[in-house]
Design a protein around this ligand. Structure first.
Ligand code: PMP
Length: 417
């Protein structure tokens, strides 16, 4: 009998029958409160009626209009809608299918725009699974071990991980910026450096918001040296962090912004945005792909952006996120095994640590499994695997957050007593 590859690692045994809003109904007959949202994808909740209707309608019109052959209306509409939310000056958009592909497109663009080879990434960053994207990923060796050689020209600098250093945030930012300056003096000269690539919050690398002062320090250096600043908003964007873009907690804006996941509520589409001036440094035909900017995905994207606006989902993310964070901090007071609780909006991480303060991956893994038993779906993340991450849908209600907190506490209690 044919089966799925064991290279897929399953976080839960749940098989979905159907899903709606924040809830997944399993073939086991149980209802699960979904705080994973397909890894931060189903922003408007599962099967939002407006998204479903837009996709259904588009399927009956045209499913695949290859965008370098014939253009289609949904992509033009999505581009216009994105224009309402993109940072000022980023007025040119290129579409692909996945986050990884968009990351690759951003790197290609940064290299072409600067005629420089090197990319600087920050420890714990996750940028995807394709070989180039995996080369930019430092969220754990599991994302690259065993299939080297990776893409050349990637240099890693420190991330200001205040909690792990045992420092305050300002000290961690000072340290990480000094490390970056040192890297530019010792390993990749500014004239050889095309881009800094960073997430507004580490995602797979531990659900750790990037301090605004660090983003601003990167912006200063990017301006000084003509380096492209790329913000990977694949996981953090579209309201996930309680602002439309995660980087909006800082004063820094990117030269190139990458988006995917939440932009189309589960339909595969991704995009990069830059100024027309930067984008025109990529010669016509240098970017492309058969399925990029798919018509059904684009229609779902338009509906998603409308729902996010009409239902005030960015605001809901901020308010429900505060409720969830406050509840988790309260739970933390009863369980010393919870070392840190953090995040913004509905992108929250709970870091499990032993008595010695060291990462405790086995407790995190046991809690993640125990939440499934309690009817709450969660995931782990972090280089050590000791962070449980909560990623509810942006439509989540106060009652669902309260139920999630109860189930999470019951799961921790079941594991550590
Ligand atoms: N960048 C970030 C920040 C991500 O979180 C992810 C996916 N987890 C990716 C890139 C890669 O996206 P995809 O899995 O769609 O290729």
């Amino acid at each position: 009998m044919t089966s799925l590859s064991p290279a897929l690692k399953q976080a839960t045994p749940v098989v979905v029958d159907h899903a709606l809003g924040s809830w997944i109904h399993g073939t086991d007959g149980k209802d699960y409160l979904d705080f994973t949202t397909g890894i931060g994808v189903t922003s408007t909740g599962h099967c939002h009626p407006k998204v479903v209707a837009a996709a259904r309608e588009q399927v009956g019109k045209i499913i695949h209009a290859q965008y370098t052959t014939v253009m289609h209306k949904p992509l033009l509409e999505l581009t216009e809608k994105l224009g309402e939310v993109l940072p000022a000056g980023l007025d040119s958009v290129f579409y692909a299918n996945s986050g990884s592909e968009a990351v690759e497109a951003a790197i290609r663009l940064a290299r072409m725009a600067t005629a420089r080879p090197n990319i600087v990434v920050f420890q714990g960053g996750f940028h995807g699974r394709t070989v180039a994207a995996a080369s930019l990923t430092t969220a754990g060796t599991k994302f690259s071990a065993g299939f080297s050689p990776l893409m050349a020209g990637v240099h890693m600098s420190a991330f200001p991980y205040a909690y792990r250093y045992g420092w305050d945030e300002a000290a961690a930012v000072r340290f990480a910026l000094q490390e970056l300056d040192y890297l530019l003096q010792t390993r990749t000269a500014p004239n050889d450096t095309a881009a800094f690539l960073i997430e507004p919050a580490l995602g797979d690398g531990g659900y750790l918001p990037t301090p605004p002062a660090f983003m601003e320090g990167l912006r200063e250096r990017a301006d000084k040296y003509g380096i492209q600043l790329i913000f990977d908003e694949v996981q953090a964007g579209v309201g996930r962090m309680g602002k439309f873009w995660g980087h909006q907690y800082s004063r820094a804006t990117p030269d190139i912004l990458i988006t995917a996941k939440g932009i189309a509520s589960g339909f595969p589409i991704s995009a990069i945005a830059a100024s027309t001036e930067t984008m025109s440094k990529a010669w016509p035909g240098s970017q492309g792909g058969t399925y990029g900017g798919n018509a059904v995905s684009a229609a779902a994207g338009v509906a998603t952006l409308e729902v996010v606006k009409e239902e005030n989902l960015v605001e809901n993310s901020r308010i429900r996120g505060e409720q969830l964070l406050t509840g988790l901090k309260d739970i933390q007071t009863r369980f010393p095994v919870i070392g840190d609780v953090r995040g913004r909006g509905l992108m929250l991480g709970i870091e499990f640590t032993g008595e010695d303060g060291k990462p405790d991956a086995s407790t995190a893994a046991a809690v993640q499994q125990a939440t499934t038993d309690q009817g709450l779906l969660t995931l782990t993340c972090g280089p050590a695997g000791n962070v449980v991450r909560l990623i509810p849908a942006l439509v989540v209600t106060a009652e669902e957050i309260a139920a999630g907190l109860d189930r999470f506490e019951a799961a921790v209690g079941a594991v550590v007593g």
